[in-house]
Write a protein that binds this ligand. Structure first.
Ligand code: CAA
Length: 263
């Protein structure tokens, strides 16, 4: 994978098949200014297009995944500027354009837009002490990158309403107990290693099947159950047209390791 040079992020390929984006704006605790989001979208688009990448890891630093949208950038914004430029809409490209799975590895602050960015990822891992929250109410505003919707779906209305109305933070341990995070880790090193291991596991499977699996699970968030089940069945049927379905089932019958063709 060819790597571009960026100002606010770093990209790497730490393991075979795994592309990593590290948010790297330490002076502002990875506050998500517009140029950072543009770089993130570029890096994710590159990984999505790269045949060498099969799973993506998104992380920040030990101290901050991201401390939110850039408050200094937003402070002077007018309604018309926000409306006519569709401010923050490009953040969602992570959920609409990227077909490969993204694992968020969250340590430290994941506040406001940082929490929302983590919620957009497909698998969320964090440290027990990670600091999540939607503090926008304290700034005289509300979550703007899907927090009121994704957090509510993830943890239910009662808790989401309380958190969003009070601006109270919640810990990584709570994120795990409430089903936001799939796993928690005691240390930053363990978080990174655990996230990379999961990314490697995903990367070891057929790319076609992995992308289809991500697609159908995400559909469950948008569709009524009956439509979702039908959608899943259609995609399931379509995979009988893939070579890897034949490869995988033949390998099982022959007690061999599947050699995926990504077809
Ligand atoms: N935007 C811009 N700059 C930020 C920032 C943000 N969201 N968060 C932190 N920074 C900057 C600080 O201004 C500070 O810069 P200076 O050194 O130039 O003063 C630097 O990062 C370090 O921050 P602190 O000195 O505040 O660090 P701390 O360790 O004392 O506190 C913190 C850490 C509790 C995370 C605190 O920085 C904080 O409360 N940040 C804001 C969190 C927040 O409100 N996020 C929501 C933003 S709104 C939003 O995201 C809208 C949306 O839904 C999309």
């Amino acid at each position: 994978t060819p790597f571009r040079s960026y100002e606010f992020i770093e990209t790497s390929q730490p393991r075979p098949g795994v592309g990593q984006v590290t948010l790297n704006r330490p002076k502002a605790l990875n506050a998500l200014c517009s140029p950072l989001i543009a770089e993130l979208n570029q890096a994710l688009a590159d990984f999505d297009a790269s045949p060498d990448v099969r799973a993506i890891l998104l992380t920040g630093s030990q101290k901050a995944f991201a401390a939110g949208a850039d408050i200094k950038e937003m402070a002077p914004l007018t309604f018309s500027e926000a409306y006519t430029t569709s401010f923050i809409e490009s953040w969602s490209s992570l959920t609409t354009n990227v077909k490969k799975p993204i694992i968020a590895a969250v340590s430290g602050h994941a506040l406001g837009g940082g929490c929302e960015l983590a919620l957009m990822c497909d698998v969320l891992y964090c440290t027990e002490t990670a600091n999540f929250g939607q503090p926008e109410i304290k700034l005289g505003t509300i979550p703007g990158a899907g927090g009121s919707q994704r957090l509510t779906r993830a943890i239910g209305k009662a808790r989401a309403m309380e958190l969003i109305l009070t601006g109270k933070n919640f810990t990584g341990r709570e994120a795990f107990e409430w089903g936001v995070a799939a796993r928690t880790f005691a240390t930053w090193d363990e978080l990174l290693e655990g996230s990379l291991k999961t990314a490697e596991t995903i990367a070891s499977y057929s790319k076609v099947a992995v992308m289809a699996a991500k697609e159908v699970v995400n559909k469950s968030q948008d569709l009524p159950l009956r439509d979702g089940v039908e959608y899943e069945r259609r995609v399931f049927h379509s995979l009988f047209g893939s070579n890897d379905q034949k490869v995988g089932m033949k390998a099982f019958a022959e007690k061999k390791k599947a050699e995926w063709t990504d077809n």
